[in-house]
Design a protein around this ligand. Structure first.
Ligand code: NAD
Length: 357
């Protein structure tokens, strides 16, 4: 049966890294007889230029009809002065909320070949393999009411609403337990239950789900401690699950444990595991067009897509192995370069992964 992939290269380095990811996809498509079909569309600044909005209804409809979406990155200085309502990032938020992509999976894996790229000591990060499951369509980023209002005394006040319904917590909780079942069966739920009622409920729902997954050991941690533990002893974690805002912050911190943002993939899934796959980094306008961007985060996002949405674990494993082989060969883009290694550009890195497949 054919599977349809909507490819959205986006802005900045997006088209460059997506071109390499497509080469890898084409190769595994043939090698493993995956029956993938591709369509291309616009999202972000390029869509604003072409049709005045960061995500058109037509592209959204194509995304809704696809089996998976592969995104490069959106945004850049050209569109920074636009009204907030039509900025490139709005396209991303609209896509996530319209398709109910509520589960954001962000692995932070330390490749042994890149141990000296981290700012932490190698013994603290070598062998690191954490999966952060972040709730993506609720919490304080979406809660109403919100705004900036003027009080009776003339002073202005900014306000947001942090809320989670039981069903929202339950669906992200189940997702995290299931991910933990596929890994080392340890799940740490991160909250601020000593201060925020919304997270008291969060903790209660996680505890209620736990007996359904008896093999998974569930622990709870306050977010301030979790931030500290991530830089102190990150290898204690297997899967972490948390709300939108805490997940936003913790996943970036976890990402940097591994040294380069150019290596980190991500997935955003709906309840049927259909999803959007993208590198964690942005459109890197400072290096766009120079042919030096690291395409590996996008290539590893393709591997997540094959694993989670398309159920093709053998092809996913093959891509991850090929990336590891290329690192063993000493090939490095500028962001992960170290002494004694061979510096390559975006296209050479993509070609090397294809050759290693
Ligand atoms: P960024 O991730 O684009 O860049 C941060 C730094 O990392 C830059 O020095 C960049 O050159 C480097 N970098 C990023 N990806 C790289 C790669 N693959 N290879 C080598 N180096 C890489 O973050 P930023 O500079 O804060 O944001 C730039 C633009 O991207 C902004 O418009 C922002 O809104 C947007 N953005 C988009 C997304 C997304 O599309 N999901 C995410 C974050 C930021």
């Amino acid at each position: 049966m054919t599977k349809k992939i909507l490819v959205l290269p986006g802005d900045g380095i997006g088209p460059e890294i997506i071109a390499e990811a497509r080469k890898v996809l084409d190769k595994v498509n043939a090698q493993f007889d995956l029956g993938l079909e591709f369509e291309q569309g616009l999202m972000g600044g390029c869509s604003i230029d072409a049709c005045g909005v960061p995500l058109s209804d037509e592209t959204l409809a194509r995304a809704a009809a696809a089996d998976a979406i592969l995104l490069g990155a959106v945004g850049g200085p050209k569109w920074d002065k636009l009204d907030r309502a039509i900025r490139p990032e709005k396209g991303l938020l609209k896509m996530r909320s319209s398709l109910q992509l509520f589960a954001n999976l962000r692995p932070a894996i330390m490749y042994p070949q890149l141990a000296d790229a981290s700012s932490l000591k190698p013994e603290i990060v070598s062998g690191l393999d954490i999966l952060i499951v972040r709730e993506l369509t609720g919490g304080i980023y979406f809660g109403e009411p919100r705004g900036i209002r003027t009080l009776e005394n003339g002073e202005r006040e900014g306000f947001n609403t942090y809320k989670y319904s039981e069903s929202e917590i339950e669906r992200i909780g189940r997702n995290a337990f299931e991910m933990a079942m596929k890994r080392n069966k340890r799940l740490c739920s991160v909250d601020k239950a000593n201060v925020l009622e919304a997270t008291v409920l969060w903790r209660e729902v996680m505890d209620r789900l736990a007996p359904e997954y008896p093999e998974v050991s569930l622990s709870h941690m306050y977010v301030d401690n979790a931030a500290m533990q991530l830089v102190k002893a990150p290898k204690q974690f297997d899967v972490m699950v948390t709300g939108n805002m805490f997940g936003d912050i913790l996943s970036d911190a976890a990402a940097m444990l591994t040294g380069s943002i150019g290596m980190l993939p991500s997935a955003s899934l709906d309840k049927n595991r259909r999803g959007m796959y993208e590198p964690c980094h942005g459109s890197a306008p400072d290096i766009a067009g120079l042919g030096v961007a690291n395409p590996l985060a996008t290539i590893l996002s393709v591997s997540m897509m094959l694993r989670y949405s398309l159920n093709k674990p053998a092809a996913a494993d093959a891509i991850e192995l090929a990336v590891s082989k290329v690192l063993d060969q000493g090939l490095r883009t500028g962001d992960i370069m170290s002494a004694g290694m061979k510096q390559v550009g975006t296209v050479e890195m993509g070609d090397a992964v294809v050759a290693a497949l």
